[in-house]
Write a protein that binds this ligand. Structure first.
Ligand code: NDP
Length: 498
C-alpha cells in the first residue's frame, strides 16, 4: 500500500502524559506514571500511567455500567459504529503508524500491512455481526424452542507490544460486535498509538464501552484478570503469561482466548523455483522485524536443493537494508527494547554452544543516531531440529535451516515442536502440498505465499500456541454464549407429576 502523506517524526505531537481512558475521558493515573521511549533512539516519547488496582477498578466499573445498554443496542447501530471505528483508523493511520513505528522500533513500511489488517477487522465484524444471529427456532411438542446468542459482559483484554494496532483490532472488533464492553490493557512498551486511537474512539462511542488502562503487566494486567467483575479473559503474548491467565480463567470458570507463541516450519520441496522460494522464505522470517509469533522461522529444505537454497538465502539476507525505523526504505529496524534484544542475541550464543552453525548474521549492528536501538542482522543458522534454537521462540530476525529427504520425515520434524500457530509449504506439486498441509499441526498453513491472510479465515493455534480463534466469525463465538429457550403453550396437565 502506498502512502501519500509524508509525516516526519518531528510532526508528531503527543500528550505529555496518558492516564487511563475511562468513560471516554483520559483520567489521571492513580499510581503514577512511567516513560515510554522511542525504541531506536531512547528519547522519551511520553509518559503513561502505571495502571494499578484503582485504575482497573474504575475502568471495570465503567464497562459494567455501559454493558446493558450496549448489549441491547441494535446490531445495525453496533455495526455502524464499528464501520466508523474503521473510518477513523483509516483517516488517522499515517500519524498512528508513525507513532507505532517509533515506539516499537519496527520499520515504517511494515505498518501498511498492520493497519490494513486492523482497519479490515473493524469492517469485517461490522458486516459479520449482521449475519451472525441465526439461532435455531423450531416447533416442539406443545410449544416452541428458540436458541439465541447473548454477549458475555465485560471483557478483560491484554495485548503485547509487537503489533499493537493489529492486536487492538483483533480484540476490540469481535467483542464489541457481539455486544460486550471492554477494558483493554496495552503493553507498557508500545501503547501510545493504541491510546491515541482510544482518544479518537472517545469522540463517538458511548461512554464506558471501550476503556483502556496502560500499565505494567504484573500490576495492571494482573489486577485486570483478577477483577471479580470481568466475564471473559482474552490475551495475546508469551506462553508463560498465557498459563497465568488460563489458570485464573480455570479457577474462576471464565471463558478465555489465548494467542501465544509460535515456531512455524516453512517447508521447501525440491520442485520450486529457488529464487522465488528464497524471496518468500526471507519475507517469512524477517517481516515484523522477526518479532511475531507467525514467522516461518524453521526452514526445512529438501536435500536436492539445500546447498543452492542456502547460498541464495545468504545472498538475499545481505541485501536487506537495516536502518532507521522511520525511513520507508528500511526493511529491518530495531528490536523493541534492550531486554528483548539481549534475549535474541543470547539465543545465538545458545545456538553456538549447542553446536549449531551461524551461516550468516548473529550480530547487533549500530545505526548512526539510533545507538539506543537493538538492530540485529538477519540471521541464518544451520541447526538440528532438537536444538533449542530450532525449538524455542526467538522473536528476532532469525531462521534455522534443516535438511530433509523424505516427506514423512519432514512432517515429523515440522510437528516436533510445542507450538502450532502457522506453517508454510513451497512446492508446485498439489498432492505434496495438500498431503503435508493436512498432516501439519498448525492453525494456519500458507502454501507458496507466506502471510497470505484471507478475509474471515480463522486464526489461532494448535498445541501451546493457544486456545480459541480470532480474525473470523468464530471469534464471535468466543465473545458470545448460547441460550436455549423452550416455551410450552400450556402447563402440563394436572396429575402429570404424581
Ligand atoms: P508478555 O507475555 O510478558 O506480555 C504480553 C502482555 O501481557 C503485555 O501487555 C504484558 O504487560 C502483559 N502481562 C505480563 N505479565 C502479566 C501478568 N502477570 N498478568 C497479566 N498481564 C501480564 O510478553 P513479553 O513482552 O515479556 O515477551 C516475551 C516473549 O513472549 C517474547 O520474546 C515472545 O517470545 C513472546 N511474545 C509472543 C507474542 C505473541 O504475539 N504471541 C507477543 C509478544 C511476546 P507489559 O505491558 O508489562 O508488557
Amino acid at each position: 500500500m502506498s502512502t501519500s502523506t509524508e509525516l516526519k517524526p518531528s510532526d508528531i505531537r503527543l500528550d505529555e502524559r496518558y492516564g487511563p481512558i475511562i468513560n471516554n475521558r483520559v483520567e489521571e493515573a492513580a499510581d503514577g506514571y512511567m516513560d515510554v521511549v522511542n525504541a531506536a533512539t531512547g528519547d522519551v516519547m511520553a509518559q503513561i500511567g502505571r495502571g494499578g488496582q484503582s485504575d482497573i477498578d474504575r475502568a471495570v466499573k465503567a464497562a459494567r455500567t455501559a454493558y446493558p445498554k450496549w448489549a441491547e443496542t441494535p446490531i445495525e447501530q453496533r455495526s455502524a459504529l464499528l464501520n466508523k471505528m474503521a473510518d477513523v483508523l483509516e483517516e488517522n493511520q499515517e500519524r498512528l503508524k508513525l507513532i507505532e513505528c517509533m515506539e516499537t522500533g519496527r520499520a515504517l513500511h511494515e505498518f501498511d500491512l498492520d493497519y490494513q489488517l486492523a482497519i479490515y477487522q473493524f469492517r469485517y465484524f461490522a458486516g459479520a455481526i449482521l449475519t451472525y444471529y441465526q439461532g435455531e427456532s423450531r416447533p416442539v411438542d406443545n410449544g416452541y424452542l428458540i436458541t439465541k446468542k447473548e454477549p458475555l459482559g465485560v471483557c478483560a483484554q491484554i495485548i503485547p507490544w509487537n503489533v499493537p494496532m493489529i492486536m487492538t483490532a483483533f480484540k476490540l472488533a469481535p467483542a464489541l460486535a457481539a455486544g460486550n464492553t471492554v477494558v483493554l490493557k496495552p503493553a507498557e512498551d508500545a501503547c501510545l498509538s493504541v491510546l491515541e486511537f482510544g482518544k479518537l474512539l472517545s469522540e463517538f462511542l458511548p461512554p464506558g464501552v471501550v476503556n483502556m488502562v496502560p500499565g505494567v503487566g504484573e500490576e495492571a494486567g494482573q489486577a485486570l484478570i483478577d477483577h471479580e467483575d470481568v466475564d471473559k479473559l482474552a490475551f495475546t503474548g508469551s506462553v508463560d503469561v498465557g498459563r497465568i491467565i488460563g489458570k485464573t480463567a480455570g479457577e474462576r470458570i471464565l471463558p478465555v482466548t489465548l494467542e501465544l507463541g509460535g515456531k512455524a516450519p516453512h517447508i521447501v520441496f525440491p520442485d520450486v523455483d529457488i529464487d522465488s522460494a528464497v524471496e518468500n522464505a526471507t519475507l517469512g522470517y524477517t517481516f515484523f522485524n522477526g518479532e511475531s509469533c507467525i514467522l516461518g522461522t524453521r526452514l526445512l529444505v529438501h536435500d536436492d536443493i539445500y546447498d543452492e537454497f542456502v547460498e541464495k538465502l545468504i545472498e538475499r539476507a545481505k541485501e536487506i537494508k537495516i536502518g532507521p525505523p522511520t525511513d520507508r526504505s528500511t526493511r529491518l529496524a530495531s528490536i523493541i527494547n534492550k531486554k528483548q534484544g539481549e534475549r535474541v542475541l543470547n539465543y545465538f550464543n545458545i545456538a553456538r554452544e549447542e553446536g549449531a552453525k551461524i551461516l550468516y548474521g548473529g550480530n547487533r549492528v549500530t545505526v548512526p543516531g539510533h545507538e539506543h536501538g537493538y538492530f540485529i542482522e538477519p540471521t541464518i543458522i544451520e541447526a538440528e531440529p532438537h536444538m533449542r534454537i530450532a525449538q524455542e521462540e526467538i522473536f528476532g530476525p532469525a531462521a534455522t535451516l534443516t535438511r530433509w529427504k523424505e516427506v514423512d520425515e519432514v512432517v515429523e520434524i515440522a510437528n516436533d515442536v510445542e507450538y502450532g500457530l502457522a506453517a508454510g509449504i513451497m512446492t508446485t506439486d498439489l498432492e505434496n502440498a495438500m498431503t503435508v498441509a493436512n498432516k501439519i499441526e498448525a492453525g494456519s498453513i500458507w502454501i507458496n505465499s507466506y502471510f497470505n491472510f484471507q478475509s474471515g479465515a480463522p486464526f489461532g493455534g494448535y498445541k501451546n500456541s493457544g486456545v480459541g480463534r480470532e480474525y473470523s466469525k468464530e471469534a464471535l463465538d468466543e465473545y458470545s454464549q448460547s441460550k436455549t429457550i423452550v416455551a410450552a403453550f400450556k402447563m402440563p396437565p394436572l396429575g402429570t407429576f404424581k
